[in-house]
Write a protein that binds this ligand. Structure first.
Ligand code: FAD
Length: 176
């Protein structure tokens, strides 16, 4: 369980934003009367922390936890058969459940626009960006992005690479 929010959405993006906030505050340290505070971004270290945060949250979002709380968790492919019935194909056969209300939480997947040439490059989406361990990883320098966009319009993830220096990464939240 956990879905997008745990694995590729809310949790990793907030963990990344936290790292960006910490480095931003360190860079503004003098405003707060703190001298000599410096920070160098270790992009791989930031992204490894993101994975550790996911692992730490995972048990709270698990089928085991919800089962212990009294929720019946059925794993399978669901199909709405009528306004009051849902059919679930599981490994052990099909079950039909009847209900007064059905909540559909079937998620979504990133849309990659059909721009010519897209199939020739490695496209980063909110699904796979979490695999990055280097801002340079996987791109020839000519194709390296100056800026990446992540999230449903409310998050921006910047990824800068300077010649001779390791890339710095920043993330910021926009809007409420
Ligand atoms: C980068 C990013 C940051 C985000 N940050 C936030 C945030 O800060 N706050 C916030 O509220 N939201 C945030 N979101 C949005 C949030 O992650 C999604 O709105 C949420 O995960 C959607 O939940 P869901 O249960 O509908 O879908 P999902 O979590 O995607 O889960 C759907 C599940 O249903 C399964 N499924 C689909 N069809 C069937 C079927 N027929 N039968 C059985 N199973 C099926 C899928 O396999 C999947 O496991 C963010 C998203 C992204 C990408």
């Amino acid at each position: 369980m956990g879905g997008d929010c745990l694995n590729t959405g809310c949790v990793p993006s907030k963990a990344l934003i936290k790292s960006a906030r910490v480095v931003s505050q360190i860079r503004k340290a003098e405003e707060f009367g703190l001298r000599n505070a410096t920070a160098e971004v270790d992009f791989a270290g930031v992204m490894e922390r993101v994975q550790r945060v996911i692992k730490a949250v995972e048990p709270h979002d698990s089928a085991a936890r919800y089962t212990a709380l009294g929720v019946e968790c059925i794993q399978g492919e669901a199909r709405i058969a009528s306004p009051w019935t849902v059919e679930i194909s599981t490994a052990s056969g099909t079950r039909t459940l009847s209900t007064r209300a059905i909540v559909i939480a079937a998620g979504a997947r990133p849309f990659v626009p059909p721009i010519p040439g897209m199939d020739a490059i490695r496209v980063l989406t909110s699904d796979n960006v979490w695999e990055l361990r280097s801002c340079r990883g996987g791109w020839p320098s000519s194709a390296r992005p100056g800026r990446l966009r992540a999230g449903p319009g409310v998050r921006a993830l910047g990824c800068r690479g300077d010649a001779g220096r390791d890339a710095a990464a920043t993330a910021r939240a926009r809007g409420p």
